[in-house]
Write a protein that binds this ligand. Structure first.
Ligand code: PLP
Length: 452
């Protein structure tokens, strides 16, 4: 994509209407100044001032095939001409074809698809299915997790953003999942971390009462909370524990699904098949809102002769489903999953590790595929995080300076607390990766200035 021409008049009008009328997510409305975006293509977007950015965020980690893929845009246009919308109680070609293609790619017997409009709704319904299937009330979910911002999903979430809306009535019990770098179990090896985390989970179930626990909900690789690849054996161990106590295993693959980790689904890295798998984002690269729950045969059987008490007006929206069918076709035709795996193994992983060797502000590099995090620290020895916020909750100097240096270099970074996540589209090219690594190199020099 070429650098576009500047259009400051339109930029000012867009920003003025946004400032006056758009209420933005997760923000103090008066303290933000959103960039006015004029367009996007592939791995880039640009503003009305003629500045172009390499998008190492994939939006909110969802444009797995990049922006404006012509095949998907054409499929949406074609579907709009044929049948723009139709209610969920009917069999519709785009919907049944999307379900068939998704079921073909999900692991094991996850063969039935309940469509939603996004990730949080998928988590809501997975939890409801688990409770109805087991007849039990409690849901176990991990600290350091993110599952969405609606009623149950925000309660299942194990990050501080839930505190404001946690009503404490959802029957959610939280436990610690493994994370060796900041181990909740004081473990020093991956094997020890996995073993202690499994013992902790089993004890949590025992003390809650196995007959009261409906489900364990986990992100296969926790994303928003820091891209923490679980140690070998952990998820297989969770599967065993769930089987032992008749607990439903829910893997949330809203962020990790559809190529992000270098597999169709991250569960494949660990040879584990959950009972329910939630997805959204990459299913159609977010071109039209879509999410869902992939349901195992055993849980689907519960609702063969008993009605499932739940539904959504836009469940399986034809435009969103047509976008999914086209996206899955593009991913197959262009080897998108294999490319993500190769980019991670050959370029991004080695490139980020090389940066860590040069920059004392990088405490740890974690990830796989096009799903990476740099854990930035003030002090490598103590692992003290690079201070993300000052006392009044505003972004404090170190991370703000790091982000500004990235943008100055033409890279849009994903910054969360004291981390930067490196999550470009699965289709990112070798030249784009090299361009991004160069900008990160310069920005990390700025972060180094805040280390001890
Ligand atoms: N689950 C996971 C693992 C996520 O990463 C997200 C969003 O980032 C969600 C659920 C919520 O999805 P949505 O924002 O589409 O509701």
């Amino acid at each position: 994509a070429q650098r576009p021409a500047a259009d400051p008049v339109t930029a000012a009008a867009v920003k003025a209407a946004d400032r006056a009328h758009v209420f933005h997510s997760w923000s103090a409305q008066g303290l933000i100044d959103p960039l006015a975006v004029a367009g996007a293509e592939g791995s880039y977007f640009w503003d009305y001032e003629g500045r172009r950015y390499l998008d190492f965020t994939s939006g909110l980690v969802y444009t797995n095939i990049g922006y404006q893929h012509p095949t998907v845009v054409a499929a949406i246009q074609e579907q709009a001409g044929k049948l723009t919308t139709f209610a969920p109680a009917f069999a519709v070609e785009a919907r049944s074809e999307a379900a068939r293609l998704i079921a073909e790619r999900t692991p094991g017997d996850l063969d039935r698809i309940f469509f939603t409009s996004g990730g949080a709704e998928a988590v809501e319904h997975a939890v409801r299915m688990a409770r109805l299937h087991t007849g039990r009330p409690k849901i176990l979910s991990a600290y350091r997790s993110y599952h969405g911002a609606t009623g149950t999903a925000i309660n299942v979430t194990g990050d501080p953003r839930r505190w404001a809306s946690d009503n404490g009535t959802a029957g959610v019990v939280r436990f610690w999942a493994p994370f060796l770098y900041r181990s909740p179990f004081y473990a020093t090896t991956e094997a020890e971390e996995a073993e202690r985390a499994l013992r902790h989970l089993e004890e949590t179930i025992a003390f809650e009462g196995p007959s009261t626990v409906a489900a364990v909900v986990l992100e296969t690789i926790p994303g928003t909370a820091g891209i923490m690849v679980p140690p070998p054996g952990y998820l297989a161990g969770v599967r065993e524990i769930c089987d032992r106590y008749g607990v439903v295993m829910v893997l949330d693959e809203v962020m990790t699904g559809f190529g992000r980790t270098g597999k169709w689904f991250a569960a494949e890295h660990f040879d584990v098949v959950p009972d329910l798998l939630t997805f959204a984002k990459g299913v159609n690269s977010g071109y039209v809102p879509l999410g869902g729950v992939a349901i195992s045969d055993r849980i689907a059987a519960t609702f063969e002769t008993r009605a499932y008490p739940g539904g959504l007006t836009y469940s399986g929206h034809p435009l969103a489903c047509a976008a999914a069918v086209a996206t899955l076709q593009v991913m197959a035709d262009e080897n998108v999953v294999e490319r993500a795996a190769r980019t991670g193994a050959e370029l991004l992983g080695p490139g980020l590790r090389a940066l860590a060797e040069r920059h004392p502000s990088v405490g740890e590099v974690r990830g796989t595929g096009v799903f990476w995090a740099l854990d930035l620290v003030r002090d490598r020895a103590t692992r003290e995080p690079l201070v993300p916020y000052n006392a009044s909750g505003e972004a404090a100097a170190p991370m703000a300076a790091f982000a500004a240096a990235c943008k100055e270099g033409g890279l849009w970074p994903f910054v969360n607390m004291h981390r930067t996540h490196v999550v470009p589209p699965c289709t990112v090219s070798e030249a784009e990766v090299r361009e991004g690594l160069e900008v990160l190199d310069a920005a990390l020099t700025v972060a180094d200035g805040f280390t001890v």
